[in-house]
Design a protein around this ligand. Structure first.
Ligand code: PLP
Length: 393
């Protein structure tokens, strides 16, 4: 019998929506502003205040946020953006949107984040070759911060900008301070896609402490247009007047989405606390199985977007794919984060090959993301664990 008929499917991630969220959205629908109204600024304030950053700029996705963040840093043709191969394609694609070239830094086999020693080596070679990156994008994989103090030290020596991809890391901290506070970077991006920590349906946000970048981001998300007299090149022609100062985009988020975001932010701590409890529970329940469980750097406190296990394939009589498929057939929506970006056909067409970033590739051959989200019950989690025990026995 197909077990999915007797048990509901357990996805790997899922949003949590309350009546308060619904009420917040309905209130905007009944108001005068569906977009470009007051909810957006309030949402930006809520996220900026949470992180400790001075500014927040909300947009329609984290991909858009990464794109205008790169543009605000002046990334363009002739420049290089470096990121981790163990990420969603967007972290790298945004460099190409700007006309820059993209390269990767292999991952740390314990954290699955970009490895600081590999970055240092690569920078040394790049300096000798005159090809230093303009922007480095550390991705806080699964919600665990990269080692930002070390990356920041390297940025001061080699002169690159740091754009943190914190898509997984809303609510995470590093050295006791919230990810996104800008202590060790120029800009940080968050995602509010429904599988992430909080949601706006689609949405993203950039935090920064740098006023010049903030002003640029505000223009870039809306066609490069300003209505602020002090930024204009000449006096206003009248009350209707605005100026386009550069080539921007329409990356605006709606007030409907921002209202959902404000409401979700109120439960951020609750969301992250629950994820931490569930992750600790997986740690206990999975002990002794032929798996590598997530290792946590002592200076980080993850928001636990993902709980990833690595299979000890040498002690199993099943392949990675067989284990994955048995879980899927049992109605357990395991997933795989990530296919190394440099192995995607598009990136291969740019010259990358299998073998270029061996740690990310080895990780990919063994990794499985287990279901983890706010509404996951202990009974569901037990089902995931029991099935995994059966498959791996
Ligand atoms: C989800 C995600 C993105 C893109 O987010 P969107 O809001 O869907 O555009 C970028 N980077 C990482 C690491 C992500 O997980």
């Amino acid at each position: 019998m197909n077990p999915t008929l007797t048990h509901p499917y357990i996805p790997y991630g899922k949003q949590s929506i309350t009546q308060a969220d619904i009420d917040a959205v309905v209130a905007v629908l009944q108001s005068d502003w569906l977009t470009q109204g007051p909810a957006i600024e309030r949402f930006e304030q809520a996220v900026a205040t949470h992180t400790g950053a001075v500014h927040g700029v909300a947009v329609n996705s984290a991909t858009s946020a990464l794109h205008i963040a790169c543009l605000s840093l002046g990334l363009g043709p002739g420049d290089w953006l470096w990121t981790s191969p163990n990420t969603f394609v967007a972290s790298a694609n945004v460099g190409l949107y700007c006309g820059a070239q993209v390269d990767f830094v292999d991952i740390d086999p314990r954290t699955y984040n970009l490895r600081v020693e590999s970055l240092a080596d690569k920078l040394e070679h790049a300096e000798a070759a005159g090809r230093l990156p303009k922007v480095v994008v550390p991705v806080h994989f699964a919600g665990q911060s990269c080692e930002m103090a070390d990356i920041h030290r390297l940025s001061q020596r080699y002169g690159f900008a740091i754009l943190e991809d914190g898509s997984h890391a809303v609510g995470a901290s590093y050295q006791g301070q919230s990810v996104g506070d800008g202590r060790y970077s120029d800009l940080t991006v968050f995602s509010f896609h429904p599988v992430k920590i909080i949601t706006t349906g689609e949405g993203g946000l950039v935090t920064t402490n740098r006023s010049n970048l903030y002003e640029k981001l505000m223009r870039l998300r809306s066609h490069g247009i300003t209505r602020e007299p002090r930024l204009m090149t000449e006096a206003a022609h009248g009350p209707w007047y605005y100026q386009q100062l550069e080539l921007g985009l329409n990356y605006r988020i709606t007030d409907i989405q921002a209202a959902l975001g404000i409401s979700q932010m109120r439960r951020l701590q609750e969301f992250v606390d629950r994820r931490r409890v569930l992750a600790a529970r997986y740690d206990d329940l999975l002990e002794g199985l032929p798996l590598t469980l997530p290792w946590q750097h002592p200076e980080t406190q993850s928001s636990w977007h993902l709980y990833v296990v690595r299979l000890h394939l040498e002690s199993l009589d099943k392949s990675h794919r067989q284990v994955f498929e048995s879980l899927r057939h049992a109605g357990i929506g395991v997933n795989l984060h990530y296919i190394p970006v440099h192995t995607q056909p598009y990136y291969q067409s740019l010259g990358f090959q299998w073998g270029d970033f061996p740690q990310a590739e080895q990780y990919y051959r063994e990794a499985i993301s287990l279901p983890l989200y706010y509404g996951l019950t202990e009974a569901d989690q037990d089902r995931v664990v029991h099935r995994l025990q059966e498959v791996l026995h």
